[in-house]
Design a protein. Structure first.
Length: 184
């Protein structure tokens, strides 16, 4: 006679779940993966903010450069730029080949933001309005050099207020510098 074996789930040696060690290893792997994703998201947000500041600084530099370039090289006039808060800034377009009006330049030809230069007519604290009544302030400085009797070199540097020096507080905030030759 054949004997019938009773089925018992406890006598079967097949594995039916995860051990505590396997669960802990899985949790560690998930934690490491989530930490990597979180750090990538933080870097992306920080990079996006720096890019926005750079675009704002470049836009301001172009604005000041265009206004300063509208004056013929042989004339010494003042043009005005107004920010979103209604503050007007006079751009002095006087150029002199001997004294070089404006803030000091580095050997690379860029504006030196390590100096505390704030002469009216050659610097401004320009504000950009943002959503929710917020605004950002940018330090704008320009230097005018005579090239010939009918042409001048205009250098405009812009850096967000709160950053420091020529490399910035975190090594990424570099001032935007633009140059143009005005005249003929």
């Amino acid at each position: 006679m054949m004997s019938m074996k009773k089925y018992s789930p406890f006598k079967n040696n097949a594995q039916h779940g995860m051990t505590l060690i396997e669960v802990m290893i899985a949790m560690v792997v998930i934690t490491i993966g989530m930490s990597a994703v979180l750090s990538l998201m933080m870097y992306t947000l920080s990079s996006n903010n720096r890019n926005r500041q750079d675009v704002n600084a470049a836009t301001i530099a172009i604005l000041f450069l265009r206004h300063a370039s509208t004056v013929p090289a042989f004339q010494n006039l003042t043009v005005t730029v107004t920010d979103c808060q209604g503050t007007s800034f006079n751009i002095n377009t006087t150029a002199n080949s001997v004294t070089t009006p404006g803030p000091p330049l580095l050997s690379s030809g860029k504006i030196d933001f390590t100096s505390s230069y704030t002469t009216a007519g050659y610097s401004a604290q320009y504000q950009i309005c943002e959503a929710g009544g917020q605004f950002s302030t940018y330090d704008v400085r320009w230097n005018i050099q005579t090239i010939t009797a009918y042409s001048k070199l205009i250098t405009v540097g812009v850096m967000k207020v709160g950053a420091s020096g020529n490399a910035g507080s975190n090594g990424f905030t570099i001032p935007v510098t633009m140059r143009s030759i005005a005249g003929s």
